[in-house]
Design a protein around this ligand. Structure first.
Ligand SMILES: Cc1ncc(COP(=O)(O)O)c(C=O)c1O
Length: 374
């Protein structure tokens, strides 16, 4: 048996789109990037979208472009990239605890972590649904803090009708496990054209015009850096995949939702398992399907599923403050919910091409293992 944790949903549409770009000869940032970005602004209802080479670059540039150098409140229950972006941008992550149901920033813990040095909050939307953005938006506004959404795992999810990534500055990932993929890639979304322009410039060596614009409008050799920048651009080839993936997004998310419903029906009656909760006001797009089980049974369950060819995994353990790179930044207050869910979370396979029969096989294996008392 082989049921992977995830599998990208790609067909001839992506293959043909890539072939067209390859035959067309324009491989660097180009027309497909513009189309991909437009698909994002339309879906999210935001003014701007900037395609980049990763979500980590989007998070980093959101901080750099806003000159954030002080404290940034982040959850420790996230992929390490969230905190890495803060440190590499020259700021200091301050870890706040999460709430147990959605496993995302607890607004009360955020408020308690604010100091005179706090400059920003990064809300991480976990596994396919939004953090409590109404409260976090209010906290950010009252304390004049920048609000960044790490939306890597949540493309297409909504919170009280508004899309993830449309509350603050949205940062998306197109790694192969995500709701859409371009292999590697990211997108920054915002409502501020000046910020988007600053991000584009920083992502492109500090040069204010793109190669495509220079080709079209002025002497292609006339390029000057307005600031010291990076090369965080996404290629036209990958953007062409993104354009096709965006056309399939709602269908792929619906398939994830159907599978999640099926898992819940099969597993909710088992006392040893807590199935993921959908928080009030949220639609969930199940980038991952994450259970909670007893801490002392978790590793054995994942190993047993893996031994049967089921690509179960854990997201996220250890929490970021327990990574060796972050030992010196351990919070001076406890993170009890973070520690608890990091020890108890299990991720089951979920991807649009997965069949209900495969979900049944996974559910059977989970139940058989837990009901055996292992
Ligand atoms: C919550 C979270 N933040 C950031 C990232 C980093 O995304 P990328 O690999 O596109 O930089 C990921 C991806 O794994 C993630 O899950």
């Amino acid at each position: 048996m082989n049921i992977p944790l995830c599998r990208p949903c790609v067909d001839d549409a992506e293959v043909d789109a890539v072939a067209e770009v390859l035959r067309g000869g324009w491989y660097a940032h180009g027309a497909a990037n513009t189309a991909f970005e437009q698909a994002f602004t339309e879906l999210l209802g935001v003014e701007c979208a900037v395609s980049l080479n990763s979500c980590t670059s989007a998070l980093f540039l959101a901080l750099m472009a806003n000159r954030i150098r002080g404290e940034v409140i982040v959850p420790a229950f996230t992929w390490v990239a969230t905190a890495n972006a803060v440190v590499t941008a020259g700021a200091t992550p301050v870890f706040a605890d999460i709430e147990p149901d959605g496993r995302m920033l607890d607004p009360d813990a955020v408020e308690a972590a604010i100091t005179p040095r706090t400059e920003a909050i990064i809300a991480v939307h976990y596994a396919g649904q939004c953090a409590n953005m109404w409260r976090l938006t209010d906290i950010a506004r009252r304390h004049r803090l920048l609000l960044i959404e790490d939306s890597a795992e949540t493309l297409g999810a909504t919170h009280h009708g508004r899309q993830a990534g449309a509350f603050g500055i949205g940062c998306f990932s197109f790694f192969p496990t995500k709701n859409i993929t371009t292999g590697e890639g990211g997108m920054l979304t915002c409502h501020d054209a000046d910020l988007a322009s600053q991000v584009r410039t920083l992502a492109s060596h500090g040069v204010t015009t793109s190669t495509l614009e220079r080709e079209r409008h002025r002497s292609p050799w006339a390029k000057q850096a307005a600031m010291a920048g990076f090369n965080f651009r996404m290629s036209n080839i990958l953007a062409a995949i993104g354009v096709q993936q965006m056309k399939k997004l709602s269908g792929m998310n619906r398939a994830r939702q159907r599978l999640a419903l099926h898992y819940a029906q099969r597993l909710a009656g088992c006392e040893a398992v807590t199935v993921p909760a959908v928080l009030a006001g949220n639609t969930h797009v199940y980038q991952m399907y994450t259970l909670l089980v007893c801490a002392d049974r978790r590793d054995k369950l994942v190993a047993a599923l893996n031994a049967q060819g089921i690509g179960a995994s854990v997201h996220f353990a250890p929490p970021v403050h327990r990574h060796p790179a972050y030992q010196g930044l351990a919070p001076d207050h406890p993170l009890p919910v973070t520690e608890d869910v990091a020890a108890r979370s299990v991720t089951l396979p979920i991807y649009p091409g997965m069949t209900v029969a495969q979900a049944d096989t996974v559910a059977d294996a989970v139940l058989a293992h837990l009901e055996n008392g292992d």
